[in-house]
Design a protein around this ligand. Structure first.
Ligand code: ADP
Ligand code: MG
Length: 695
């Protein structure tokens, strides 16, 4: 670890490299353009590009790519060489400012939700200078935004940057009223990432894992997660070696991987980086997911990022820790020691409360996917109902402001552990709440509904935009106030009165909460097809247009892409299921039945005194289930034929959800029963026990 400072960021063209390699004027011009959010001149870009190329070439790099984030949710790159021919038959390595700033990938094969016809193939990528260039697998990667020929956004980075700018603009208005001399604000994010590791030899035997990222079949193993012995448990040597290797790769890219531990389910783990500015955190999370998969392969394992790789054990999510801070490093969501006196904090807190209440639908939409449908609402992850936890202390403070009575602070309780060698410490004024979808955790909010495969860009676009909008509304009101302090108090009291229904500090997993939430009029959008249409409601389109995040057409196209992705996902799962049943499971079970039948005949031929009741019972059970499976898979097949009746993506999604998924569940039930009555040597796939425990 002594070489850590040398490794860290060694593959990143970061600030210190720029300072060392760029002429002073260029460096200054670069910093100025970032601070003022203004584009760079081509002259400056040329100098930077050249320095970038020299730095990369010294590290053996020959190609560069504009690295972007299309709506597929993963990243895309197209490599170009630095090499350029000279008249004398030799070559030089070249990289111009123009190539740095702008790229022109063919956009026709990326999802656009009907925004662009295939013949309008042109798309542009534009350098995002707020995220450093880096070297990945010998290629210089330039983080870029991606848009169509007509300027419509086709990616996740552009709207994220827009939403951050919007937050800065609105938050600065409010901060000025509180006397702040900050110049801009940034939103910050730390994304905790959960994942599973399985042995590659086993993974390669499971078509479902290969094609869909999750197991479509699998009987419950004798041991699951019931002993709760995996959570924070000692890490197996093979996994430890993987984590170290992964950390090393992440460090090279300047990603501060910080905590890692075993999660609740066997073979499940978590990695959390130290938080960063939102767009950097988003780029880093994409890189992290890519590297998690690649490094696992080196260790003979596959990394599963799917939200629900295994039924019956916990799925994987991503916790999006989010806050807002100024250029001077002040965290606007830090309550300080006496939050009841911190009106600025309480105002920002109220903006978040109002935003979460008014835009429950958008937050829910931002975490909707076929994979995440397996988690939300299934007793392990937050429910599909959006609510927020703020803890007892803040709840009491807001309550007293609402009622207009003085707040009496909670006394700090000293914890006495009873063992005198241990230090005494004061207890936090609030316990943690692990069940809330949106929890205040001391100086930030933790949005816990994200699925593990998600790009964090989507949820953060929403979060930034909705909170910025409320902050802007507060600023409108307070800017005109005659008595600022009184106006702030009135604003806080009113916000609490009108929006406290969104605050829930109890157990979000309980049925009682579902009932209570219904009474409070909160949305409970249980599935993706139910949630997605809310994206394009009038209220939401107006919000996005007001802040210049998306145009109406862009919202509609995004909604379309999300619905199509849902439909394609279920389609692939259903087809994989049918293939596994028809080609592997039915023949395997039939062969096992034949063996049983032959055994019965053979035994009987020895003499009537040899009992065959056990084999006969087994054969009966296996044969009955086999018949049943043939029927259920035929039913799934005919359900799939019904998909052709729909042209509209929304109606089709409903059909997939209501009809196809139901038929899939029926098939699975029979297969899982068959797995436990079929001899192991006949069963065509590694079992849950193998997958979860043989790492
Ligand atoms: P948990 O208790 O939920 O497991 P962790 O300590 O694993 O929490 O992760 C907390 C995450 O929150 C880390 O990624 C951390 O860097 C991040 N974080 C801390 N402060 C902030 C902040 N001000 N803004 C955004 N993220 C933050
Ligand atoms: Mg967490």
């Amino acid at each position: 670890m002594s070489v850590m400072p040398e490794i860290f960021g060694s593959m990143v063209f970061n600030d210190s490299v720029m300072k060392a390699r760029l002429p002073k004027d260029t460096y200054k011009a670069f910093k100025k353009s970032i601070a003022e959010s203004k584009p760079l001149s081509l002259e400056v870009a040329n100098v930077i590009a050249n320095a970038m190329k020299d730095w990369a070439v010294e590290k053996g790099v020959t190609h560069f790519t504009h690295w972007f984030q299309p709506m597929t949710g993963i990243t895309a790159e197209k490599h170009d060489g630095f090499i350029s021919p000279k008249d004398d038959g030799t070559v030089i390595m070249e990289f111009s400012g123009k190539e740095l700033i702008k790229g022109e990938p063919d956009a026709s094969s990326f999802p656009s939700g009907g925004l662009r016809a295939t013949f309008e193939a042109r798309g542009y990528t534009a350098w995002d200078p707020t995220s450093y260039a880096f070297i990945k697998e010998g290629v210089l990667c330039i983080p870029t935004a991606f848009c169509s020929y007509t300027g419509q956004v086709l990616d996740k980075k552009t709207p994220l940057l827009r939403s951050m700018e919007c937050m800065s603009k609105e938050a600065m208005r409010l901060l000025k009223l509180f006397g702040s001399d900050a110049k801009f604000v940034n939103t910050t994010v730390g994304a905790e990432q959960e994942y599973f590791l399985v042995d590659s030899a086993l993974y390669n035997k499971r078509k479902d894992l290969m094609f869909t990222g999750r197991t479509l079949f699998g009987a419950k193993p004798p041991k699951g997660q019931e002993m709760e012995d995996h959570y924070f448990g000692a890490i197996k040597p093979r996994v430890k070696a993987y984590m170290q290797d992964l950390d090393n790769e992440l460090y090279k890219l300047g990603i501060l991987a910080k905590t890692e531990h075993n999660e609740v389910a066997p073979a499940q783990h978590e990695l959390a980086p130290i938080f960063a500015t939102t767009n950097v955190a988003s780029d880093h999370n994409q890189l992290m997911m890519e590297l998690m998969k690649k490094v696992a392969l080196r260790h003979g394992m596959n990394c599963l990022l799917h939200e629900k790789p295994f039924a019956g054990v916990n799925g994987s999510g991503k916790h999006n820790n989010w806050s807002i801070s100024t250029d001077q490093g002040e965290n606007l969501l830090d309550p300080g020691k006496t939050p009841w006196e911190n009106k600025q904090f309480l105002t920002f807190l109220c903006a978040v409360i109002k935003a979460v209440d008014e835009y429950q639908d958008l937050l829910r939409v931002s975490v909707a996917s076929a994979g995440n449908d397996h988690r939300l609402g299934a007793n392990e992850a937050p429910p599909a109902i959006v609510s927020m936890f703020i803890g007892d202390e803040l709840a009491d403070i807001l309550d007293s402001i609402e009622k207009g009575v003085p707040y009496v602070p909670h006394e700090k309780i000293t914890m006495d552990t009873g063992a005198h060698v241990l230090p005494n410490f004061t207890r936090d004024t609030t316990d943690r709440n692990r069940t809330s979808p949106f929890a205040f955790t001391g100086n930030k909010f933790e949005f816990r509904m994200l699925g593990s495969t998600f790009s964090i860009a989507g949820p953060n676009i929403i979060l930034n935009t909705i909170v910025a909008d409320e902050i802007g509304q507060f600023a409108d009101e307070l800017e005109g106030a005659a008595d600022f302090d009184a106006a702030v108090d009135a604003l806080i009291a009113r916000t609490i009165r009108e929006h406290k229904r969104i605050i829930f500090n109890g157990n979000n997993y309980s049925d009682a909460w579902v009932q209570e939430a219904k009474k409070r009029g909160l949305l409970n959008l249980k599935s993706t097809p139910e949630a997605l249409p809310y994206f394009a409601s009038r209220k939401n389109i107006e919000l996005f247009e007001k802040h210049g995040i998306f145009t109406e057409t862009e919202v509609v196209s995004r909604c379309e892409i999300l619905l199509e992705t849902y439909n394609k996902t279920i389609n692939i799962e259903a087809l994989t299921m049918l293939e596994m049943v028809k080609r592997d499971i039915l023949p395997a079970v039939s062969a096992f039945g034949k063996t049983l039948a032959e055994t019965i005949v053979a035994k009987k031929s020895v003499g009537a005194e040899i009992p065959v009741a056990a084999e006969t019972e087994m054969l009966k059970r296996v044969s009955t289930l086999l018949e049943c499976l043939a029927k259920k898979s035929a039913a799934l097949e005919s359900a799939m034929l019904g998909v052709c009746d729909f042209e509209d993506a929304e109606a089709m999604a409903k059909y997939y959800h209501d009809t196809v998924i139901m038929a899939m569940q029926e098939v699975r039930m029979v297969v899982d029963e068959l797995e436990v009555v079929t001899a192991g040597e006949y069963w065509p796939y590694p079992t849950y026990g193998d997958l979860l425990f043989k790492v």
